[in-house]
Write a protein that binds this ligand. Sequence first.
Ligand SMILES: O=C(O)CCC(=O)C(=O)O
Length: 293
Amino acid sequence: MSRQAHMREALHRDGFVRLPGALSPARVDSARRLAAGVLARLAADDRGAVKSNGSMANLARLPEFAGLVADPDVLGALRELGASDPRWTGGYLISKPAGGPPLFWHQDWWAWDDPVSYQPQSAQLFVMIYLTATRRENGCLRVIPGSHLRLHPLHAIAEAHSKALAAYEDPDHAAYASHEDEVAVTSQPGDLLIGDSRLIHGAYANASGAERPLITLWYAPGYSTLPAPIRARYAHSLATQEGDVRESALGDLTPLTWPQPERRLVAALLPDAPPGAAPAAWRRAPDTARLSR
Ligand SMILES: O=C(O)CCC(=O)C(=O)O
């Protein structure tokens, strides 16, 4: 089997795949420097409100990441995985400080009312770029393989993405606990971890003495094949950044109002609105009866 066929099979079967060394060291260095600059600007209160995540700095506010969003290695990896018309639908700098707690179990998908959510093909992929070497002890990714398509007991954590879970109000909550089905996904600088947005995932606590920065990017790999209401919602969200955790230090730009050089870099990747379609409903929890057993 070819490398490409292996990658596609892993993504389909497990819901994620690791591409070792896909990004150039120069790109990783630059992203690490940019991330450090953003973290220095965030207020302690902003990070405290998302203690479980560590930080949630919306890249839509940060044109300096345009080069990473449009990086040919990232887009090439998506195309190898079958992306026909990849569009960038969002991204965050999620950085776990030294001593940061675990990240709650969750999945990233948001249009669970639409039948496309229950098909094998993923409507939205995450591309995770850990900027330092990660392992269990310093807060690497953990995933439940296969949970992008199959019902899992962790789907019962209905309030994933709530303010209380993000703020780590109840450290004994099951959303932070290890699960027997979890798999630790370690990473080296330059690796891309690409996965299905429906995959249940989280992160271990960072028991080390160093910051553990991550850039998560989301792309719709086959944008023009998506139902019109989903495309309409993407286009609406791009312009409004609805639901953003608003850190005032980051300003209120959107990719549509970025300075022209950065806007030009990502222009072909931005979701456009289909004429006349009403945006799909924002639904973060699946209809569990429709997931396979
Ligand atoms: O912080 C992490 O390692 C994982 C972040 C995450 O779950 C996400 O980007 O959706």
